[in-house]
Structure formats: structure tokens, C-alpha cells
Design a protein around this ligand. Structure first.
Ligand SMILES: [Zn+2]
Length: 464
């Protein structure tokens, strides 16, 4: 038997998934062999968005892709049970997703057996590893808005559904203890300046134009990078492999790190954020780490394989032996760790829950969402609740509560490319709210629910 505790974490990371799960798992087998591992030795596969959890043809209509480019992909087989994910797979969302399915699992959950979605924002534990992620891409116009998109999506909401929201980023900014791995689909803004940007801008001149216009990358992701300072940060989206190391100085954040770079193109320096000398970060960073290793990867299938797939053995994090990690270290029979909820994240989620608003499914009316003003003392109070009601009761392990409830794909079925699916309230989300003992914002009552027939599809989407 392979021992994992002593040898670190065997991780595979993919940039954009683009629905090609069969290719990913087949290639993993080959890549692992080059390291003398079997695929089964891998602890974790991470996919940095554009995962495309398309269960059926109606889900495909919820993805923001021109009609003639829409492809069902491989995921439906993993959803129906026709195929099995051979490696525990952790994903975030990008800008090409079945947004309706991700909305059901706003707080995260199993998309299929062994495939876990982190949610709009989320933090999980895998053994001593603490992994945080934010889904979607940054768009200035949507950022401050609440989640106002409900089925059926129109031309606008099918696009805005995957935009990053300030509410979700603010929740991650409430974290006060270190994260080992962070994930975003689009890159943190300015991160390319910490790598070989000359070559990057030369081979991709349109990205340089975007950088000059101050439109390249995600500013919220940059703010999170500055706050969390994880050991590793992985991204997709730009369809290229790119590595960088962000060095933090004297506890100061990314803005300061940017100002210290001496090889920034002169034209670009003018648009970099300025740090007033007296300004201190508003809240202390979640980590005192002095550097973050950033790696972006390409989309599945690009050549050669190392452009889109990274297979690595990562050393255990420094806090692996701390009492804080103890509740997460149980092993499965196969000697692996399993995914757990994160104590601090559950407390943040609970503390910020009253500020979360989503659109009424019929009127689409939605109040603003806010998490910014939640005081640290409130998170502390909720953490005491989480400790007493979840940690001490040994309820931190994420239950394997996946059950298919949307129709599985059936070949030959006739579906109009404009038709939208019903809304399916997800029982995993309901169970998550039960765990936290707070009201379920995503509950949808409907005639189908009441009758108990044909799963729990909501009629609401169809009525409008
Ligand atoms: Zn992509």
C-alpha cells in the first residue's frame, strides 16, 4: 500500500476542463506512469473552471456558448453513472458552465460521484490541506450585484450568471488563517508581472493591450491573493501555461509587491495600483507567507500535455501537525484523506448568511447582498457555534450525498436549442443548510415537490 502521509500530496492540476473528462482521466493514467505512479495513487485532481457539468441537452442551453459551438461533452456519463471518476476531482466554475447546475450547488457539492464543486466561493480541507476557490470570472458591471439570475435565463442572465460577486469575495476576505492552495478561473490581475511577462506580452499582444487598458485579469482575485497569500495559486481561462512567483515584503500586500518590481514596462507602470505610504492593509492578511507560487494552465487537449496538465507531489504544509488540522486527518480504507468542510469557512458562511440575497424566482426581485460589514466578532461567535454543533459532533466530513435528480441525457431526444430546463432544488444544498441550522435561501416550493412525482423539479422556471 502506498503511504501518503509521509510522501506529501500527489496532485494533478488542469487549466480549463471544457467537458473533456474522458481525455483528462485517460491522460492522467499516462502522465502518472511517467512518474512511476498509477492513477489510483493520485490524491486529488483539480480543474480550474470551464468544467461544463452538462447533465443533458437542456443544461447545455444554460451555458454561454454560441449554439453551433455547444457540445454535450463527457460529464453526463459521470452524472448518470455510466462512467466513474477514478480520482477525487475538485472543480471551480469558469465562464463556460451549466450555470443552472452550479447555482443549485451555490455552497458547493457533489456534481457527480467523486467530483466536488467548491461553490461560488468555498474552502474545503483534504487532510492537512486547506483549499479555497472562487468560481466565475470578474466583470465590473456585475461585481457589486446580488445573484439575480434565475431560470429561464435570457440573453443577459446566461452571461451574468457566471460573473464573480463581491459578496462571495468578501466572505473569503473574512478568512484569518492560512490557505495552502487557492483557485480562480481568471488570473489575479497583474500576476503576469511576477513571471516572464516580456515573452507573455510578445506572444499575446492583445493581452498587453488589455493590460494597458487596465482590463486584464481579475482585481477581486488579486485582492484575494494579497489577503490569502496561499502557497499555491492555480488558474485557467487564458489558455496558456504561465508560472510566476509573487513575493510579499514586510507583511505588505500585492500592491506593494508590484511597486517593488523593477522590470515593469514603463507604459504599464502608469496603470498599476498605487500604495499611499501611510496606508496599512485594512485587515491583517490571513497568512504571513512571503511568497505565492502561481501557475496557470491551458485547456485540455492543447499540445504538449504539460501545457494543460501538471502532475506534482506537494510537500505537506507546515501546519499539518497543528491541533487545528486534527479533525481533518481521518483516512479512508484506501489510505486516502477525504474532503471535509472547513470550520472557519462554515463560521463565515453562517455569519454572512443574513446578507445573502438571491432573486425571487417569479418576480426576479432581489435585494443587495453584503458581507463586508460583518464584524470579526460575529464570525467568532458563529465559530463557537460551529465548534459545538459540527466539529465536536464529528460532522465535518462532507457526506457522500450525491443523487441524480435532473433527467439524464438520452440520445436521440429532441430538444429545442432555445428551451430552458426546470429549476431543480438540490437536496445537497438543503442538507448543507440543515447542517448550519439556518434557513435555506435556495429552497423552491413547487407542485412537483408536493406531489413527490418525477423528482423535485420546480415548475417555476416554466411558468414564466
Ligand atoms: Zn477555457
Amino acid at each position: 500500500m502506498v503511504t501518503f502521509g509521509d510522501t506529501g500530496l500527489k496532485v494533478a492540476v488542469v487549466g480549463c476542463g471544457h467537458g473533456m473528462l474522458d481525455t483528462i482521466y485517460a491522460t492522467l493514467e499516462v502522465e502518472c506512469a511517467t512518474k512511476g505512479w498509477a492513477q489510483i495513487d493520485l490524491d486529488l485532481l483539480i480543474i480550474c473552471g470551464d468544467f461544463q457539468a452538462v447533465r443533458n441537452e437542456l443544461d447545455l442551453n444554460c451555458m454561454s456558448v454560441p449554439k453551433h459551438y455547444r457540445k454535450l461533452g463527457d460529464f453526463h456519463k459521470y452524472y448518470s453513472g455510466a462512467a466513474q471518476a477514478p480520482v477525487l476531482t475538485l472543480v471551480i466554475g469558469g465562464n463556460h458552465e451549466a450555470s443552472n447546475y452550479h447555482f443549485e450547488l451555490y455552497h458547493g457539492g457533489w456534481l457527480a460521484p467523486n467530483i466536488y464543486y467548491l461553490g461560488a466561493a468555498g474552502v474545503v480541507r483534504y487532510g492537512p490541506w486547506r483549499i479555497a476557490g472562487v468560481s466565475g470570472i470578474y466583470n465590473t458591471r456585475s461585481y457589486g450585484k446580488p445573484h439575480g439570475e434565475r431560470l429561464p435565463y435570457d440573453r443577459d442572465s446566461v452571461r451574468s450568471a457566471y460573473h464573480v460577486r463581491e459578496y462571495d469575495v468578501q466572505r473569503l476576505l473574512h478568512l484569518r488563517s492560512p490557505v495552502d492552495i487557492a483557485l480562480s478561473h481568471d488570473w489575479p490581475a497583474w500576476v503576469e508581472l511576477f513571471g516572464d511577462h516580456d515573452d507573455f506580452y510578445k506572444t499575446k499582444p492583445h493581452f498587453f493591450a488589455s493590460a494597458l487598458a487596465d482590463r486584464l485579469g481579475s482585481k477581486p482575485a488579486a485582492e484575494l491573493l494579497s489577503h490569502l497569500r496561499p502557497t499555491y495559486w492555480f488558474s485557467g481561462h487564458m489558455h496558456t501555461r504561465f508560472a510566476a512567483t509573487v513575493n510579499f515584503h514586510d507583511g505588505l500586500g500585492m500592491e506593494d509587491a508590484l511597486q517593488r518590481l523593477d522590470n515593469v514596462p514603463e507604459k504599464l507602470r502608469a496603470v498599476l495600483p498605487r500604495v499611499p505610504r501611510s496606508k496599512k492593509p485594512p485587515t491583517p492578511p490571513a497568512s504571513t507567507a512571503t511568497k505565492t507560487e502561481f501557475l496557470a494552465l491551458d485547456k485540455v487537449g492543447s499540445n504538449p500535455t504539460f501545457q494543460w496538465l501538471e502532475v506534482r507531489n506537494l510537500d505537506h504544509p507546515p501546519h499539518a501537525d497543528s491541533p487545528d488540522a486534527a479533525p481533518y486527518l481521518d483516512r479512508t480504507e484506501a489510505g486516502k484523506y477525504s474532503l471535509h468542510y472547513d470550520e472557519e469557512w462554515l463560521a463565515v458562511t453562517r455569519a454572512c448568511a443574513p446578507g445573502l440575497n438571491i432573486a425571487d424566482p417569479v418576480t426576479l426581485v432581489v435585494a443587495p447582498s453584503t458581507a463586508r460589514k460583518v464584524p470579526a466578532a460575529s464570525v467568532d461567535k458563529h465559530r463557537r457555534w460551529v465548534k459545538a454543533n459540527i466539529v465536536d459532533k464529528k460532522l465535518l466530513q462532507i457526506p457522500f450525498n450525491f443523487a441524480p435528480h435532473a433527467p439524464v441525457y438520452s440520445p436521440g431526444s429532441e430538444v429545442d436549442q432555445n428551451q430552458q430546463p426546470l429549476e431543480y432544488p438540490n437536496q445537497q444544498t438543503a442538507q448543507f443548510y440543515d447542517l448550519l441550522q439556518i434557513p435555506n435561501r435556495f429552497a423552491v416550493s413547487s407542485p412537483a415537490d408536493a406531489s413527490g412525482e418525477g423528482g423535485s423539479a420546480s415548475e417555476v422556471g416554466m411558468d414564466r
